[in-house]
Ligand binder design. Structure first.
Ligand code: G6Q
Length: 560
């Protein structure tokens, strides 16, 4: 098994230096900006096509120097290189971590466990692209000869959050006449609502599951197959075994690493797209798990999406530490979490298309770094894994921004915006460009958070003295502004890879295996054990603790 040196970050000289700095730290963004007219320029970086302004963070050159030393002393660069080269850095599962291989050009070679991973990736990509093209062109038809108009992706967690987020983000690139829907929850509402107005003759179902054993996904897949066949039968279609098999073959495909289980389910393995154990679920949107997206936006746009990831991968691998944006953003998160007491981190996209991006990042960051045991089995003595959360601007401004501006907690926030709108709408009466109204909020919010409003400024506005303190904004609320020209497939790939690598950096500092997810397991096992109690098995009910038993009894009494 690969041995990864584990360093307790708290005993490094850099950690001690940062601790000392934090003790006497009194940030003052107003005076820092006044004293240094170049502050914005000197803290702004480019990463692929992203323009990243770090200047409104609570950081100075001394802190930067210590944070970079911390990365070095914790072995971040060594671990990054091991990841890229295919070493088994997911030590608890003894697996390579190679999402970066999913987006490398076909001319590259990377031998992992005796197999060329890049060649494998491009074989599957070619199959996905060919399939996507056939669906899009109408060459792939259903059992009654009709082309596909709706793709239903059934998956959960990593097999859902990425595809649905990217589909929503790239709606303007979706082919006309095609729609994707997503079923993830085992709450029957999800399958019920998603299929209720669907035409089975024009529906293509993608069952996406790495393991093909996930209860939610397999149950939803069976339920949707049932709906599909009975809807066809009501129309006099698929009445015998042969046509039933043909209907399933034409309307159900799978994405999985377990092709034997796909066949057991009844899906033709020829209609299955594989991936590999070295792709973690939450790092899989750019593998065959993105097949629904590839159909929706087409192979050309999907290839651009992958190019975006790759551009950010190269930046993370090649940019000098002081210019390396994922490294800097990951280190800032460590600074805020471990030295300044931040518990959460907001991600606030000024783009309605990115409305699922915070939810996607919640899985990426919290499933990766929500851990309290290091690779060496020792408990951490420091905090890890901030709570990531957010909503698109400007909606959040009228909801929870109050707490970010004037609350007692430190909440570092990433603001994301694009120079060009997809919808160039105007308020003709006021003569204003809507996108400019929108972006004025983006610029205003980070300014207000950084610089606040002093008591004297409040007084100068003519406010009565007894209201002054309530209207003061302390400022010094840290933000990072990320901008790009437009939200394209390539830019989306860059953004996702940026956060993948930020997550990597934090996990590496904290000594965690960011690529396992044992915390997901316990609930899965217990749910299976509890089901008989719900179904009426007295012995299983008696075996429960008193609270769980009481809740199940309430359920059994009230279920009609
Ligand atoms: C992601 C996790 C988890 C996983 C789901 C679905 O990193 O492993 O969210 O993606 O549990 O698993 P399957 O794809 O195997 O159904």
């Amino acid at each position: 098994m690969t041995q990864i040196p584990v360093i307790d970050p708290t005993v490094t000289p850099a950690w001690e230096a940062l601790d000392d700095r934090a003790d006497s730290f009194s940030p003052d963004l107003r005076s820092w900006f006044d004293a240094d007219p170049n502050r914005a320029a000197s803290w702004t970086r480019s990463a692929a096509d992203l323009h990243v302004d770090l200047s409104k963070n609570l950081i100075d050159q001394g802190i930067l120097k210590d944070l970079l030393a911390l990365a070095d002393q914790c072995g971040v660069f060594d671990l990054r290189d091991r990841m890229y080269s295919g070493e088994h850095i997911n030590t608890t599962e003894d697996r390579a971590v190679l999402h970066t291989a999913l987006r490398r050009p076909s001319t590259d070679t990377l031998i992992v466990d005796g197999q060329d991973a890049i060649a494998d990736v491009h074989d599957v990509l070619a199959k996905v692209y060919d399939f996507a093209e056939r669906v899009r062109s109408g060459q792939w038809v259903g059992i009654t000869g009709k082309p596909v108009t709706t793709v239903v992706n059934i998956g959960i967690g990593g097999s859902d959050l990425g595809p649905v987020m990217a589909y929503e983000a790239l709606k303007p690139f979706v082919a006309e006449g095609l729609e994707c829907r997503f079923i993830s929850n085992i709450d029957p509402t999800d399958a019920g609502e998603t299929t209720k107005d669907l035409d089975p003759e024009t529906t293509l179902v993608i069952v996406a599951s790495k393991t093909f054993t996930t209860l939610e996904t397999i149950t939803n897949a069976k339920v949707v197959r049932e709906w599909f066949l009975s809807a066809l039968r009501e129309r006099g279609i698929a009445q015998d075994e042969a046509t039933t098999r043909e209907a399933i073959a034409k309307h159900f495909v799978a994405v999985s690493t377990a092709l034997d289980k796909v066949a057991e389910f009844g899906i033709d393995p020829n209609n299955a797209f594989g991936f590999w154990s070295w792709v973690g679920g939450r790092y899989s949107v750019d593998s065959a798990v993105g097949t629904s997206l590839a159909i929706a936006i087409g192979p050309e746009s999907f290839a651009e999406f992958l190019e975006g990831f790759h551009a950010m991968d190269r930046h993370f691998a090649e940019a000098a530490p002081q210019d390396n944006v994922p490294l800097l953003m990951g280190l800032l998160n460590v600074w805020y979490s471990n030295f300044l007491g931040a518990d959460t981190h907001a991600v606030l996209p000024y783009s309605q298309y990115l409305h699922r991006f915070p939810a996607y990042l919640q899985q990426l960051t919290m499933e990766s770094n929500g851990k309290s045991v290091r690779r060496d089995g020792c408990h951490t003595t420091y905090d890890t894994g901030e709570v990531f959360w957010g909503e698109p601007g400007t909606n959040g401004q009228h909801a929870f921004y109050q707490l970010i501006h004037q609350g007692t907690r430190l909440i570092p926030a990433d603001f994301i915006a694009f120079a060009n709108p997809t919808w160039p709408l105007r308020d003709t009466q006021a003569g204003s460009d809507m996108h400019e109204l929108f972006l004025s909020n983006f610029f205003a919010q980070t300014k207000a958070l950084a610089f606040g409003k002093t008591a004297d400024e409040v007084r100068e506005e003519g406010n009565p003295e007894d209201l002054v303190s309530a209207r003061v904004f302390t400022g010094n609320r840290p933000t990072t502004s990320i901008m790009a020209a437009s939200l394209t497939p390539k830019i989306l790939g860059e953004l996702i890879a940026l956060y993948e690598h930020i997550t990597f950096v934090e996990g590496a500092i904290w000594g965690l295996d960011s690529f396992d997810q044992w915390g997901v397991e316990l609930g899965k096992v217990l749910a299976k054990q509890i089901l008989p109690a719900i179904e009426g098995d007295g012995e299983a009910l008696a075996a429960q603790d008193s609270s769980t038993r009481g809740l199940i009894e309430f359920y059994r009494t009230n279920r009609h």
